[in-house]
Design a binder for this molecule. Sequence first.
Ligand code: C5P
Length: 227
Amino acid sequence: KRKLIIAVDGHSSCGKSTVAKDLAKKINYTYIDSGAMYRVVTLFAMRHNLINGEKLDENKLAHLINDIHISFSYNDELKRHETFMNGELVEDEIRSLEVSNNVSLIATIKFVREKMVALQRKLSEAGAVIMDGRDIGTVVFPNADLKIFMTADVEVRAIRRYKELKEKGDDISLDAIRENVKKRDFIDENRDESPLKKADDAIVLNNSHMTKEEQLDWIVARMAEVE
Ligand code: C5P
């Protein structure tokens, strides 16, 4: 069997990362969370006060971007993938609604994207990779072996994210989450740099009414067709 590059793109909060992580575990592939990279840059920009409302101090970020070192590791004890910013564990902080509300702004910036894409390609050099994001099949790996475009109804997505954040103890309204999901989709699909878009050769997976197992089986079947 070949070591494939699998690209999973799609809308916000439709379960891309959950499915990609489960699949990577099941078939012993490397999972790479490209969204976490944009989230780290966002957290960094927030901590340096570079974001004011909808405005970003691009010049300052351009000067500071090379000071941001992003790394990942798997925590065996907690059984989770963890993200680090300059060695600091930021996995929970990058998932907060504050970061979620600013990340799509950061992801519009060309020099940020170039830097992230370079890192994504570097981390994938060995192959046997499943990466999720917005532009993986269109920009990062236009020759990916398998491209999946995931989506689900907005309401289904908002409710899933709501439950997830509630379980973590975040006190947040369903309305605020639905707005964030819609806003991110809008910005992601309408930006000039690498907009979210189904690659011509991607296969659509609408998981509104599918269990996780059904989604995994579906992807494994698609893999068998290209392996
Ligand atoms: O996947 P996740 O929701 O964590 O990504 C956070 C944000 O990062 C997205 O809403 C999008 O704006 C941006 N992103 C991107 N390109 C990627 C991955 C994420 O623009 N490949």
